[in-house]
Design a protein around this ligand. Structure first.
Ligand code: NAD
Ligand code: MG
Length: 395
């Protein structure tokens, strides 16, 4: 049995965070929680502190920190409360930490994930936005500091599982021909353009197969999630966009596939439950129980596949274009998408305005190389400003 691992869970109150703690709780002989972090929701964080007794709990603002401190003290719990974005970096890079689950949503997750990579940690990466915004910077940090990067996104975790050993010496040299990235197609797979223009946030938040946080659920409905995942796959596997193919697979049973030059196609299958990739990444290269039930193929019955429709779902096309353009284009795409999703959830724009807003931001903000963090942060800021400007001009 390997030594006890100390884990920081960034975004512990989110969907991925909660699933991570579910897996950790099944293996008290293997894992201890070093730090838990949340944006502002104190109640779930406090219950997690009761259950896992972390050394630290991190929240974003002073008021939330003070309330949490008081409540922990009144219950006699010893968890220390830290506050602010720098504290996130501190608990991601502390010497005592073995692995960091990067499960904050959106651009806010970038700096703490980068801090974990720079500290040479085992990084369990759920926050795909990190790779979309700063792929080259992040991968450099992983390689230079001897970090171990394990993808949590179910598709990338699947691809990682079926990649040949030593694939990082190059996909062509490893005999890999194509990456087949599966997508459920979301709740509007069959909707016409006119129907798409009228969808409400509550319809878009109702994903057929997966239970996820609101941002990624909207991204799944617009296929931007798949677009972000194409960019994520590019960086994780050093794969050219030409060999990444998106396959709509409504059952979400095959989590992705790799095709080899000899014609073999290897797939990873399982119930759509994030505890499988989480358990895989926590224990890699070993395997541990995750709490996920057996896949009942007789109940699944059939597996369907179809090509994506980039006309009804232009977000996927925009993401491929941003990847091909390179530099800070994906960071601009990501930031504009975050503003668009938020505006859609607030009912300020319609569903089909999401790609329009992103396209406008990409047209307005200049793309630079983006090899320095400051350039990425600037691109993110400029894209948010351009997106706001577009929203104001429109109203
Ligand atoms: P979520 O909304 O359920 O949770 C987000 C977490 O981040 C919460 O703990 C929240 O407190 C924290 N957070 C939000 N804003 C923050 C900020 N500004 N600073 C610090 N913390 C902040 O999201 P989720 O569905 O768990 O997704 C998390 C990440 O994992 C996303 O990047 C998503 O794309 C990725 N992911 C999720 C799934 C899934 O099944 N949920 C699958 C693949 C990838
Ligand atoms: Mg995914």
């Amino acid at each position: 049995m390997s030594k006890l691992q100390f884990i920081t869970v960034l975004g512990s109150t989110g969907t991925i965070g909660v699933n991570t703690l579910d897996v950790i709780a099944r293996h008290p002989d293997r894992y201890r929680v070093y730090a838990l972090t949340a944006n502002s929701r104190i109640d779930p964080l406090l219950s997690q502190c009761r259950a896992f007794s972390p050394r630290y709990a991190v929240v974003l603002d002073d008021d939330a920190a003070e309330i949490l401190r008081e409540r922990l003290r009144s219950e006699g719990l010893e968890t220390e409360v830290l506050c602010g974005p720098e504290a996130l970096e501190q608990v991601s890079s502390a010497t005592e930490v073995d692995a960091v689950m990067a499960a904050i949503v959106g651009a806010a997750g970038l700096k703490p994930a980068l801090a974990a990579a720079q500290a040479g940690k085992r990084v369990l990466l759920a926050n795909k936005e990190t790779l979309v915004m700063s792929g080259s910077l992040f991968m450099d940090a992983v390689h230079k500091n001897g970090a171990t990067l394990l993808p949590i996104d179910s598709e990338h975790n699947a691809i990682f599982q079926v990649m040949p050993p030593g694939f990082d010496r190059g996909l062509v040299a490893s005999g890999v021909k194509r990456i087949l990235l599966t997508a459920s197609g979301g709740p509007f797979r069959r909707a016409s353009h006119d129907e798409l223009a009228k969808v409400t946030p509550s319809q878009a938040l109702n994903h057929p197969n997966w239970v996820m946080g609101p941002k990624i659920t909207i991204d799944s409905a617009s296929l931007m999630n798949k677009g972000l995942e194409v960019i994520e796959a590019h960086w994780l596997f050093n794969a050219s966009p030409d060999i990444i193919e998106v396959v709509i697979h409504p059952q979400s049973v095959i989590h992705s596939m790799v095709e080899y030059v000899d014609g073999s196609v290897l797939a990873q299958l399982g119930n759509p439950d994030m505890r499988t990739p989480i358990a895989y990444a926590l224990a890699y290269p070993e395997r541990i129980e995750s709490g996920v039930g057996s896949l009942d193929l007789f109940k699944v019955g059939r597996l369907d596949f179809e090509p994506p429709d980039m006309i009804r779902f232009p977000c996927l096309k925009l993401a491929f274009e941003a990847l091909r353009r390179g530099g800070t284009a994906p960071a601009i795409l990501n930031a504009a998408n975050e503003v668009a999703v938020q505006s859609f959830l607030e009912e300020r724009i319609g569903f089909t305005d999401i790609p329009r807003l992103i396209e406008a931001a990409l047209a307005r903000v200049s793309v630079v190389e983006g090899r320095a963090l400051a350039e990425v942060v600037d691109a993110d800021r400029a894209a948010r400003a351009a997106a706001q400007e577009w929203l104001e001009q429109r109203s």
